[in-house]
Design a protein around this ligand. Sequence first.
Ligand code: VG1
Ligand code: CO
Length: 543
Amino acid sequence: MTILTHACTPVSGQKPGTSGLRKKTRVFMEPGYVECFVQSIFNAIDGADGKTFVIGGDGRFFNAEAIQTILRMAAANGAERAIVGQGGLLSTPAASHLIRKRRAQGGLILSASHNPGGIDADFGLKYNVSNGGPAPESVTAEIFEQTRTIDSYKTLDTDDIDLGELGKTTLGDMTVEIVDPVADYASLMEKLFDFEAIKGLFQAGFDMRFDAMHAVTGPYAKAILEDRLGAPEGTVLNGRPSVDFGKGHPDPNPIWAKPLVDMVMAEDGPDFAAASDGDGDRNMILGRGVYVTPSDSLAVLAANAHLAPGYKDGIAGVARSMPTSRACDRVAEAMGIACYETPTGWKFFGNLLDAGKVTLCGEESAGTGSDHVREKDGLWAVLLWLNIIAVKGQSVQHILRDHWKEYGRNYYSRHDYEAVDAEAAAALMTALEEALPKLPGQSAAGLTIKEADQFSYHDPVDGSVSGKQGLRITFDGGARGVLRLSGTGTEGATLRIYLERYAPPEGDLDIETQDALSTVAAAVAGLADLQKRTGRTKPDVMT
Ligand code: VG1
Ligand code: CO
């Protein structure tokens, strides 16, 4: 087998964002593009020689082709073994688990997550390290450095291998193992949760729908919910992964999963509904007549995790991304455990999880997870909810209301302004950042500003500092607005405004969310000069 060395030109803008590199699919399809980025990854980690990598993706358009390229390059770079999900499929949490279980040095995960798929949509590639989690900033910075100087990549002159056939083959001197993408993950779930109790729930007629959104969790959800837990066939909707996710956005929120939300809001709707995203790391939780915000979900799970066998000894601590509502802080306080606030992106939870400082983590963007892997995990969250429902014998609505009555309610919403002119968005952020020191004491939309700062994170484990992670404005009375620019978009800039307001247990717990937050929204829009700077009067997406 000949190892070929091809020239490649450094391509600017290959900067990994919140979660790996995301670009339009056609950009990834440009000759040499994937190659240049993958070689940069190998160079950044001191080569691939003798290493084992886990490789898989969410099945979107170009997934299989990119995997063939990566395999040839891994072999040419001296890797010893590649463990690949059958058909090129691996959900992000399942890939994280495989890296850990097989003690691989790393993993290459192909996904643009909740972004649409297809030749005119989005593609992504992310490198995960040996703890199973997304590469920390030190590694992504080195990858970025490499992309700017790289001038050649190594590959093999070989045919594609059959990704559909389970078992071992070789590619050059590298062993390629094609594995069942579901089996190990399903066994892990069986260890964490009381499958007998959940089975009992379904036997008693508990009615659930899981919307896999034509994405990667279909096979996982069918194997676990329908085959192992005995939920009736038809529980899993849109369960066959498709390259363009049925032309939808595989984003589990009330906008993109509206049919599911409508179903569960109906009087005769199912008891419980859930959805996951393109790569299976996000989750949305609903009960009949009620949508659980991801921030509330994290708080409820933290308060009740001990009801599941995998967490029966309690949890060490919780962590949430900064813009996530502070609902879980109240639970942590009551439990006497620590609550950490990290920047947006799962990579910041890795150190806390590795050090045993936290057991559960979550983000407002529909991400929840625990120390069982080093990624957020959609189906895990669904199973933990099912386990809690089975033990408590209560509906989602009941559990959520009891939670608010005990801890109070953090009204919460995120407003996204998409495809904003990138310069205008950057200018808005700079102007507001410069104004921050003058804000305390001023009033906006009738609210008095208490504090205002730019969030900077000091990692308590490795001491690293990550600056410029979002602008925070808190108001007297505890309301809060946070602004940051998305690091996962592929068109212009996406401005995210996160709004929160707290109502104590004895306060009004039944206000419509957007009504509850309208004053905070107006205050933030005014302070940011939103309309003038972006030309927008209302958000594109409110979740
Ligand atoms: C978004 C979310 C963030 C999440 C990231 C990756 O990032 O806000 O919470 O970790 O997506 O999720 P940003 O920079 O666009 O706000 V996924 O499901 O794409 O791996
Ligand atoms: Co995702």
